[in-house]
Design a protein. Structure first.
Length: 420
């Protein structure tokens, strides 16, 4: 019998949660089981999740297939109606050891999905390591209290809830002791961290607390942030703490004020530009990634051009482009839609811009010596998260940090030689 397998779709938080489930399933003795941790950020993501399940059943006809994650939480009936699926469990249930213990019995329920909006706590799950990852992801927060008009995720994740700072420090220290040089703090809306905790803590305070109390941690990285919610302590840490990586992924979504208003975002175009200017003044070597949606309902050519031009005005390096996909159950799905061919064209134009700015940044690194966290097959990442292919005779194991002299750049990554 084979050990339980976990297929992870979607966000970095799912990566962390998949490791928790892997451990729970192993301890429950769920041999020959495949857990599919799904995403529901778009209708296409849900379709791909169902497609993955069907493929798995063809490849593993005798396996027990368990579907969980946001798509299972929001649309449990869709997966329950699939003959290929043995069990459907919700986001709240998937993090509990007793859920997997129950699945190991003959009397386990086929569908176990409860009301996620009633969940008020986010427990920190101690894990020993990460399957095939050289950096560790640590969940500090879950859920979201905002209601962006395009987003269904709050209904898959529930209200915002934070893990106490002391527990996070303990977990980070444990990861460092197990050899991890880089830890990524992740969640659904991490800049809302601490509002539900005594004393109304902030993400910046947490970052400084972790760096102070775990001096052995070499790299601390943040997942996607909502830049309008960045607190003063976070900006201080960015400017003063070299171990906080100079790479921020921003939840911009658009660069046009009317579009942002219709999205029910909490910032304007000028706010995003001002944030990037301030962050760059504090940390000149910083790079920014950003989520951008192409073809949001009612978006005109001029409105799209504002989103296109903000790439240069903010100085973005990594673009994560989403062609708008109407998500059933969201206000944006009821708005006047942009024709599909126009959405595709705009997404293609944004992606082309993304390739252009990334290539420009990579070329600017030629000749520099950079610190690289080795991952696998000679590849690694710089503090700015640029991918590096390292050449030469010196071979280093995954998880080490080495200095590399950048010789050239191709369209997607740097090519360097490990320094002697």
């Amino acid at each position: 019998m084979s050990e339980p397998e976990v297929i992870t779709l979607g966000c970095r938080l799912n990566v962390y949660e998949s490791e928790v489930m892997r451990r729970h399933a192993r301890e429950a003795g769920l041999d020959n089981a495949v857990i599919v941790n799904t995403c529901a950020v778009t209708g296409e993501a849900v379709r791909q999740a169902a497609q993955t399940v069907r493929r798995l059943r063809r490849e593993r006809p005798d396996a027990r297939i368990i579907v969980t994650g946001c798509a299972a939480q929001i649309e449990p009936e869709r997966f329950a109606d699939m003959a290929e699926v043995d069990h459907v469990i919700g986001n709240g249930e998937k993090m509990k050891a007793e859920t997997f213990a129950g699945l190991s019995t003959s009397t386990s329920e086929r569908v176990l999905v409860n009301d996620i909006m009633s969940v008020r706590e986010s427990a920190l799950h101690m894990i020993d390591g990460f399957h095939s990852h050289t950096r560790a992801y640590l969940q500090i927060q879950n859920g979201c209290d905002h209601r962006c008009t395009f987003c269904i995720i709050p209904f898959g994740r529930g209200p915002s809830r934070s893990v106490p700072a002391g527990e996070i420090v303990t977990q980070v220290r444990g990861l460092v002791e197990r050899g991890y040089l880089e830890v990524v703090l992740t969640g659904v809306d991490i800049t809302s961290y601490g509002r539900d905790l005594p004393g109304a803590q902030t993400l910046g305070q947490l970052v400084r607390h972790v760096l102070k109390h775990v001096p052995e941690l070499v790299r601390l990285r943040l997942s996607s942030i909502d830049q309008v919610e960045a607190d003063a302590d976070l900006m201080i840490a960015l400017g003063e703490e070299e171990r906080l990586m100079p790479h921020l992924h921003l939840s911009l979504q658009a660069g046009d004020d009317l579009t942002l208003k219709r999205m029910k975002r909490r910032h304007l175009r000028a706010d995003a530009i001002a944030f990037c200017e301030k962050a760059r003044a504090l940390r000149p070597d910083i790079v920014f990634g950003a989520d951008l949606i192409a073809g949001f309902p009612t978006e005109t050519d001029d409105m799209f051009e504002n989103s296109h031009s903000i790439v240069d005005e903010c100085g973005l390096t990594y673009l994560h482009v989403f062609p708008f996909s109407a998500r059933h159950g969201t206000p944006a799905a009821r708005m006047p839609q942009v024709p599909g061919n126009v959405v595709k064209e705009r997404a293609a134009k944004l992606r082309a811009k993304g390739r252009e700015v990334l290539a420009s940044y990579l070329e600017s690194q030629r000749g520099k010596v950079v610190e690289v966290l080795v991952e696998r097959d000679g590849n690694g990442r710089t503090p700015q998260f640029a991918e590096v292919l390292m050449q030469g005779e010196r071979v280093h194991s995954a998880g080490a940090i080495v200095s590399a002299h950048i010789k050239r750049a191709d369209a997607q990554r740097l090519v360097g030689e490990v320094c002697a």
